[in-house]
Design a binder for this molecule. Structure first.
Ligand code: PMP
Length: 396
């Protein structure tokens, strides 16, 4: 017999523990997609995916990404040697500039160390392991609700995760930089300023998760403002950046972890310790995705083209919000649905409960996570009426 014969099948459909009676109830978007793929219905609609889709429902490769790749393949001098442990140096510098701002004093004063990591997830994990080894507090306070992977990433990194009710002095606090997932509700700049003051006064360590820079407002600088406010006060913080959404580089797994320190010598020592975290984990990061990003960020024309394409994606999502809101209003659907147009980013937190979600999946073949979160990027003008019909039916 196999030495692994005792293994139980890990659940494909992660069913919410407290609601065992519902047959359709997913907490993770991957599980939603598995169920969606199995459904033979021609009207099925997948609103679980956390990836951008075009109006035709297709994945999108940005034009600038195609151009950058062309440039990379036609350069015969390019080789496939290992990158350093910290990744592609130019990519790291440009990533720090993108998130902290080109004129950031922290960058000028060499107080920032940036390492290329495996997209947002890998950046959070490396940052988490670094903090678990070297930071004086081992608890990270995460939002409630938050992205489903956050608690697992930080727990496996060696930290304790808690909801942010009353963080003791010095605790680590995870903050979604913009487009909070799953709620789509972000603090205003005034509220960010209050959060900043409070956190600094209690010596709390901010760890920003920036998975949607440019996707929320359509502007890279606007979406980075909360982080820049924290960096401007001279204090320390961590930032995990992902290029999955804003450059559509999902499967390239390209991201960066920046640690902003108070002094250049500290940043140097921090980097030396980050290498010790990374080396036994995956040795060094992949070369291709980071090279694409570097080509785009270093070239003014490509950079401008990118910002336009990014704005195009953000605008389509905003337009889907308006269309869904109008469709519900036209049907006279009971309830206040203004949150659909007020929320920010890829997702709408509809307020539908797991029973309603399960009904919509069964009767309308509409798939979403059981918390009622729908991906606006998965909608199109053609599918809005079907979704509006389903929501109307389930709330009346
Ligand atoms: N943080 C948040 C809040 C996210 O929504 C995501 C992607 N769904 C990530 C991090 C990480 O994504 P990736 O590893 O693909 O960059």
């Amino acid at each position: 017999g196999s030495v692994f014969a005792h293994l139980v099948q890990a659940p494909e459909d992660a069913i919410l523990g407290y609601l065992p009676t519902f047959s359709f109830s997913f907490s993770f978007s991957f599980d939603v997609t598995v169920a969606y793929n199995k459904d033979p219905s021609p009207i099925k609609l997948n609103l679980g995916v956390g990836a951008y889709r075009t109006e035709e429902g297709k994945p999108l490769v940005l034009n600038v990404v195609r151009k950058a790749e062309q440039q990379l393949v036609s350069d015969r001098s390019r080789i496939k040697e290992y990158l350093p442990i910290v990744g592609l140096g130019e990519f790291n510098k440009l990533s720090a500039k993108l998130i902290l701002g080109a004129d950031s004093p922290a960058i000028r004063e060499n107080r920032v160390t940036t390492v290329e990591c495996l997209s947002g997830t890998g950046s959070l994990r490396v940052g988490g392991e670094f903090l678990a080894r070297h930071y004086h507090q081992k608890t990270i306070y995460i939002p409630q609700p938050t992205w489903g992977n956050h608690p697992k990433i930080f727990t496996l990194a060696g930290l304790f995760t808690r909801r942010p009710w009353c963080c003791p002095q010095g605790s680590i606090v995870l903050l979604h930089a913009c487009a909070h997932n799953p709620t789509g509700v972000d603090p205003t700049l005034e509220q960010w300023e209050q959060i900043r003051k409070l956190m600094r006064s209690k010596g709390l360590m901010p760890f920003f998760d920036s998975a949607y820079q440019g996707f929320a407002s359509g502007s890279l600088d606007t979406d980075a403002k909360p982080i820049r406010m924290f960096v401007a006060d001279g204090g320390e913080c961590l930032v995990a950046q992902s290029y999955a959404k804003n450059m559509g580089l999902y499967g390239e797994r390209v991201g960066a972890l920046s640690i902003v320190c108070k002094a250049a010598d500290v940043a140097g020592r921090v980097e030396s310790q980050l290498k010790l975290v990374i080396r036994p984990m995956y040795s060094n990061p992949p070369i291709h995705g980071a090279s694409i990003v570097a080509v785009i960020l270093r070239d003014r024309n490509l950079f401008n083209e990118w910002t336009l394409e990014l704005k195009g994606m953000a605008d389509r999502i905003i337009s889907m919000r308006k269309q869904l809101f109008e469709a519900l209003r036209a049907r006279g659907t009971p309830g206040d649905w203004t949150h659909i147009i007020k929320q920010i980013g890829m997702f709408t937190f509809t307020g539908l409960n797991p029973a309603q979600v399960s009904y919509m999946t069964k009767e309308y073949h509409i798939y979403m996570t059981s918390d009622g979160r729908i991906s606006m990027a998965g909608l199109s003008s053609k599918t809005v009426p079907h979704l509006a019909d389903a929501i109307h039916a389930v709330v009346t």
